[in-house]
Design a protein around this ligand. Structure first.
Ligand SMILES: [Zn+2]
Length: 419
């Protein structure tokens, strides 16, 4: 997606003034970190828990009698040794989590679920492993809706996307199969996303007028990104597709697009303005009348790179799309398996074809300046079950797999990172 001329990107010469930018930022309702639960909600939960306590104790006693000799610790050690992205379930249990775990026990579920990261947040990804759900075809639900999940050597694993649009809150996750059922309440913390105005030169702004083509492209790309394959083709920590990923910005940013000529009049980033849909996969936010802004939520990270820079596969996978699209320009998508795909936009050229198997580190493309851009860069996206997540947080998640494998049974709580 186009790098913004405002905000953290290169600034437009005739964009809104600095005070306007500050006002827009200051009035953002989501620009402040909010605690996962308000104190009043916590105290309500504790009160409810006290009322349930006799039932909880009874349920735990029943579960202990029915549980085989293998302890949760032993089962989770097996998950870690198998290289499954898991942290110690004990490390994942905080004061609120313990009440959630007891509440789950009261519902007839005492199975441990290893959650990573310890503090999931909007725009990130949650990896959950139920070591004692060993069915070959586990079933999972997230927020009451079916979620694809897979059997791994360490137990049933769900990779849960937490899109930027998700409201912060506490949501149920269930992993079950073969008569075993594990359930957890997961609190998703709030985080801040940038908002910016982008002023486009006439050739780029004209692309927004091709509404039918943009809609067709969005459907095609979304279909590719939603692909689910049963084979996990990555192993361990993902690599940077180009240097500089750590410093890249823009995931989840709400961007509003205007013609460069509009910058002469007072275009303001008003607090009530909301981006609808994700860039590249959603056509809902193209302008419907003259003077209206197109807007999207930015679905990846923009890495400043000179055109022609080698783009390398961050992990093993199969090329699931190579195409030329109106907004995303030269586009490449890699399916890494288990519902995880990576996408590369604005490319100069692709060096692989659809169906090619690629290995980690293999050069797959050259970066460019095609589609809706304001300068050469690589747009790098990671999608989990078709939903965009912050690539940096996904890379962190895959690094935690490696750390857990190395440290065997003494996995520390993985570090979390805020976008
Ligand atoms: Zn972008």
């Amino acid at each position: 997606m186009a790098r913004p001329l405002m905000g953290k990107g290169p600034r437009a010469a005739a964009g809104p003034s600095e005070p306007e930018r500050r006002r827009a930022t200051a009035t953002r309702p989501e620009s402040r970190m909010r605690p996962p639960l308000l104190p009043s909600a916590r105290s309500r939960r504790r009160t409810a828990l006290l009322a349930l306590l006799p039932l909880v104790v009874a349920a735990c006693l029943v579960d202990e009698a029915d549980t085989p000799a293998d302890s949760a610790t032993a089962a989770d050690s097996a998950a870690l040794a198998a290289g499954t992205p898991a942290d110690s379930p004990l490390a994942a249990v905080g004061p609120d989590d313990s009440t959630a775990a007891l509440a789950d026990s009261a519902a007839g579920d005492s199975l441990a679920v290893a959650l990573s990261p310890e503090r999931p947040m909007r725009g990130g990804v949650l990896v959950a492993v139920a070591a004692r759900v060993t069915d070959r075809s586990p079933r999972c639900t997230w927020r009451g809706e079916p979620l694809p999940c897979h059997a791994t050597a360490g137990g049933a694993r769900a990779i849960v996307p937490l899109p930027a649009e998700l409201e912060p809150g506490t949501y149920p996750l269930v992993i079950e199969g073969g008569g075993a059922r594990a359930a957890r309440q997961v609190t998703v913390a709030d985080t801040t996303f940038e908002r910016s105005l982008v002023f486009l030169a006439p050739p780029q702004f004209a692309l927004l007028g091709r509404r039918a083509d943009v809609a067709r492209d969005a459907r095609a790309v979304q279909q590719v990104l939603a692909r689910e394959s049963d084979e996990q083709r990555w192993d361990g920590a993902w690599r940077e597709p180009v240097a500089g990923l750590r410093g890249a910005e823009g995931f989840g940013a709400e961007r509003f697009y205007y013609a460069a000529s509009d910058s002469a009049r007072a275009v303001q980033l008003r607090p009530e303005m909301r981006a609808a849909g994700a860039f590249g996969t959603d056509s809902a936010a193209t302008p419907t009348r003259a003077g209206a802004a197109a807007s999207w939520r930015h679905a990846g990270l923009d890495v400043a790179t000179p055109a022609g820079t080698a783009v390398r596969a961050p992990a093993g996978g199969v090329v699931s799309d190579v195409g030329q699209y109106v907004l995303t320009g030269g586009t490449l998508v890699i399916d890494h398996g288990h519902g995880v795909s990576s996408a590369y936009f604005h490319l100069d050229s692709a060096l692989v074809q659809k169906g090619d198997v690629v290995r980690a580190g293999q050069q797959v493309a050259r970066s460019g300046n095609t589609g809706l851009t304001t300068g050469p860069h690589l747009h790098y996206g990671v999608y989990v079950h078709g939903r965009a997540v912050n690539p940096r947080l996904w890379h962190d998640a895959t690094a935690n797999v490696r750390r857990a494998t190395r440290t065997d049974t003494t996995a520390a709580a993985p570090a979390t990172r805020r976008p």
